[in-house]
Design a protein around this ligand. Structure first.
Ligand code: F6P
Length: 320
């Protein structure tokens, strides 16, 4: 019988994590569960940093970026010793089940806890990268795309005013989701994503062809996992003779108030995670698939996600 659940956020923070925490807490309380917040992800779990959460603890956070619980990347949790310690902490504090909000590293931790140590765990997909299998979208991706879009729109003003080429590097280590979406939304001329690689020669031919048509400003969106924006800009400068600027958007993409979409997604997924626990379904992650909230195995969720980059890429090129 599950009486007390723990909730933690781990890995890279994502806008909407707070909305998910709020939902887990209030929906859990509604179903007569006690809820314990674990601070700083698995690192805080090992260090026994936790506090009970009530309705008021999560008031006024649905609109806030980051995570009120704090987050961390924790090497110690990868070790057997670290895990044993975490399990002792959970048992000592009578935490019967755990909701983990985060990305693939967070899920890998949950797989260990569930399969090796038999701690009931449920995952909630929270990462701006949208690189998790089984779900169409993860909490934070929509906000990150809108943040990057706002920045690129501003860069575009300078690109057109000064007839310049800009390379804009966005986040996404292994997944080009942010890059491809934002490139399409910004009307960018080129996009480089890890899924497809890139052809610099072809890009230069496009730029030359554009010039012949009187087109001199150019926005090239680069996912960090595909190439370094600075290097691409340097090569283009060398090969075209046009000074090319590189802008790295970095962590601004992870911050800020979550969009309505992310708040709604997070609220639905948080409640669904509690529902899984109430049904004694563990080792799973809640997902949003074709507009429906569902659940898949944690092991499936950490498998590499293949985004449909090809058709988007072709469309972006067809619109130059
Ligand atoms: O996983 C989310 C993410 O923002 C990636 O896009 C990025 O590569 C990474 O985290 C950056 O991590 P950190 O903030 O630890 O440098």
């Amino acid at each position: 019988m599950i009486k007390r659940i723990g909730v933690l956020t781990s890995g890279g923070d994502a806008p909407g994590m707070n909305a998910a925490i709020r939902s887990v807490v209030r929906y859990g309380l509604h179903h007569k569960l006690e809820v314990i917040g674990i601070l700083r992800g698995y690192a805080g779990l090992i260090d026994e940093e936790m506090k009970p959460l009530d309705h008021r603890s999560v008031a006024g956070i649905i609109n806030r970026g980051g995570t009120i619980l704090g987050s961390a990347r924790c090497d110690e949790f990868v070790t057997e010793e670290g895990q044993r310690h975490a399990v002792e902490v959970l048992k000592r504090n009578k935490v019967d089940a755990l909701v983990v909000i985060g990305g693939d590293g967070t899920y890998r931790g949950a797989i260990e806890l569930w399969e090796r140590w038999h701690i009931p765990c449920v995952g909630v997909p929270g990462t701006i990268d949208n690189d998790l299998n089984g779900t169409d979208i993860t909490i934070g991706a929509d906000t990150a795309i809108n943040t990057a879009l706002e920045a690129i729109d501003k860069i575009q003003d300078s690109a057109t005013s000064m007839d310049r080429i800009f390379v804009v590097e966005v986040m996404g280590r292994e997944c080009g989701y942010i890059a491809i979406q934002v490139a399409l939304a910004a009307g960018a001329e080129e996009v480089l994503v890890p899924e497809l690689g890139y052809d610099l020669e072809e890009m230069l031919r496009d730029i030359e062809e554009g010039r012949r048509r009187g087109k001199f400003s150019w926005i090239i969106v680069v996912a960090e996992g595909a190439a370094k924006g600075e290097e691409i800009a340097k090569k283009i400068t060398e090969l075209t003779g046009s000074e090319t600027k590189a802008d790295i958007l970095g962590h601004i993409q992870r911050g800020g108030n979550p969009t309505a979409w992310d708040r709604i997604l997070a609220t639905r997924l948080g409640a669904a995670a509690v529902d899984l626990i109430l049904k004694n379904e563990f080792g799973k992650v809640v997902v949003s698939k074709d507009g429906m909230i569902n659940a898949v195995d944690l092991r499936l969720a950490v498998g590499k996600k293949r985004i449909e980059a090809d058709s988007y890429y072709q469309l972006i090129r067809d619109l130059i």
